[in-house]
Ligand binder design. Structure first.
Ligand SMILES: *Cc1c(COP(=O)(O)O)cnc(C)c1O
Length: 396
C-alpha cells in the first residue's frame, strides 16, 4: 500500500508553511473592544453580529456560532434527526471530523468513494449503495447487511471545491434523506453560483486556524429552518429551558462561541473576499507552472464550480513524474517547505474500524498521489516560486 512518511521536520519549523492565518484587519480593534467592555465569554454583541453578518453574506436565514466545526456537525446531525445506531453516508476521502461527529451522535458512518474528476463524494456511488445495498422495510430505509436505519447524507466540500451538490441532494431526496453539508473547507466557494454553506438544509462552517478565515477556533451552523435554528441555540447552550430557574428538559452541550472569538470572526469576514482572491491567484500560478509537467495533475475545477482552492493539491503519478508523492514531500521538507498528503481514507482508518468496510479505489488512489502545497493567503510570489522550483527542478 501507500508508503508512510518517516517522521520528518516538524511542520512548525518550515519556513514556508502549508496554511497560516492572516490577521491584518480590524481583529485587534474588535478584540480590544471585548476586553475593555468585559464581554469576552459566550454572549455579547460580536456573537450576534458575526452570526448576522455571516448569514447575510452567504444568504442564509439563520447562523448559529459554535466552538468549532466538529461541534457544528455534531449538532446538525442531531437536528436532522440522526439517532443512535443509525447509519450516515460520509465520503471516505475527507478530514476525519465529520465521521467522528457521526459517532458522537451514536451513529455509524458508511464510507462512500470519491468521484475521480473533482475528488468529491460520488453521487452515483451513493445512489448505487442506496439502491443495491439498502431496502425499505415498514417504511424505514435500512442497510441490508447491518439492518441499521440510514438516516442522513453528510456530504463534504473538500479542499475549497464544492461537491456535485445538486446530484447528491437529488439522490438523497429519492430516499427521503436529509443532507447535511460539511462546508468547513469551502467557505467562499460556489456551486452553480449558489454559495457553499447554503446548499444543504443544514450546513456547517469551521474557523479553525488553517481554514480560509479563522477565529482561532470556531464553527457555525447555517440553516433556513426557523425551528432548527432555535433548537441549535437551545442545544448548544446546555438545553436551558428556563434561564432564571436553570431548568433543563434534555441533555445539551456547552458549544457556544465566545464573544472574543466572534470579534476576530467579524474582522476576518470583512477580508474574506480578498482571501478568496489571494487563494485563486496562488492556484492560477501553480496551475501555470505545472501545466506541462508530465505526471502532475493540477487541481481541477468543475464547470459548475467556483473553487477557493483552499488547500492547493496536485496529484503525482510516480511512473510519469519519476518520483512518488512521499518522496516529493520529503524533498520539500528538506527545503523547509511544508506539504502533506491527503488524509488516510476513512474506510481504512482504525478509528472507524467498527464501521462496515467498503471498497473505495478512487480514495485510495488520491491518498497515494495527492500532495497539498503551501496555500496561505499571505504566500508571496517569491515563496511560491521557491515551492515551484523545488518541485520542477531536476526534471527532464
Ligand atoms: C476543519 C474541518 C472540520 C471541522 O474542524 P474544527 O477544527 O472542528 O473546526 C470538519 N470537517 C472538515 C472536512 C474539516 O476540514
Amino acid at each position: 500500500m501507500t508508503e508512510k512518511l518517516a517522521p520528518g521536520a516538524p511542520p512548525g519549523q518550515s519556513t514556508i508553511p502549508l496554511a497560516i492565518p492572516e490577521l491584518r484587519g480590524n481583529e485587534w480593534e474588535y478584540v480590544q473592544e471585548c476586553l475593555s467592555t468585559g464581554w469576552v465569554s459566550s454572549a455579547g454583541p460580536f456573537v450576534d453580529r458575526f452570526e448576522r453578518e455571516t448569514a447575510a453574506y452567504l444568504g442564509a436565514k439563520h447562523a448559529v456560532a459554535v466552538v468549532n466545526g466538529t461541534a457544528a456537525i455534531h449538532v446538525a446531525l442531531l437536528l436532522a434527526g440522526v439517532q443512535r445506531d443509525d447509519e450516515v453516508i460520509v465520503p471516505s476521502i475527507t478530514f476525519i471530523a465529520p465521521a467522528n461527529a457521526v459517532r458522537y451522535a451514536g451513529a455509524w458512518p458508511i464510507f462512500i468513494d470519491a468521484e475521480p474528476d473533482y475528488w468529491q463524494l460520488d453521487s452515483q456511488k451513493v445512489a448505487q449503495f442506496l439502491q443495491d445495498e439498502c431496502k425499505v422495510t415498514n417504511g424505514t430505509l435500512r442497510n441490508k447487511t447491518t439492518g441499521r436505519r440510514i438516516s442522513a447524507v453528510l456530504t463534504v466540500h473538500i479542499l475549497g471545491h464544492p461537491c456535485d451538490s445538486g446530484a447528491i441532494r437529488e439522490v438523497a431526496a429519492n430516499y427521503g434523506l436529509p443532507v447535511i453539508g460539511d462546508a468547513t473547507e469551502s467557505l467562499g466557494a460556489r456551486y452553480k453560483e449558489k454559495p457553499v454553506g447554503t446548499l444543504e438544509s443544514l450546513s456547517c462552517l469551521s474557523f479553525n486556524g488553517n481554514k480560509i478565515m479563522t477565529t482561532g477556533g470556531g464553527g457555525m451552523i447555517l440553516t433556513d429552518n426557523d425551528e432548527w435554528a432555535a433548537k441549535a441555540r437551545y442545544l448548544t447552550t446546555q438545553a436551558k429551558n428556563d434561564p432564571l430557574e436553570y431548568i433543563h428538559n434534555e441533555v445539551g452541550f456547552n458549544y457556544r462561541m465566545p464573544n472574543v472569538l466572534a470579534a476576530i470572526g467579524c474582522a476576518q469576514l470583512e477580508q474574506l473576499e480578498s482571501f478568496v482572491v489571494a487563494k485563486r491567484r496562488i492556484a492560477q500560478r501553480y496551475a501555470d507552472a505545472f501545466a506541462e509537467i508530465p505526471g502532475i495533475t493540477v487541481m481541477p475545477q468543475a464547470s459548475w464550480a467556483f473553487s477557493t482552492y483552499w488547500l492547493y493539491t496536485i496529484l503525482v503519478d510516480e511512473s510519469k513524474f519519476g518520483m512518488s508523492s512521499r518522496s516529493l514531500i520529503r524533498r520539500l521538507i528538506d527545503q523547509q517547505i511544508q506539504s502533506r498528503p491527503l488524509w488516510q481514507p476513512l474506510h481504512r482508518s482504525l478509528a472507524h474500524a467498527e464501521s462496515a468496510r467498503r471498497e473505495c479505489p478512487v480514495a485510495d488512489r488520491l491518498y497515494q498521489q495527492a500532495v497539498s502545497l503551501p496555500s496561505s493567503t499571505g504566500l508571496t510570489e517569491g515563496q511560491q516560486q521557491k515551492v515551484i522550483n523545488a518541485i520542477i527542478t531536476g526534471l527532464r
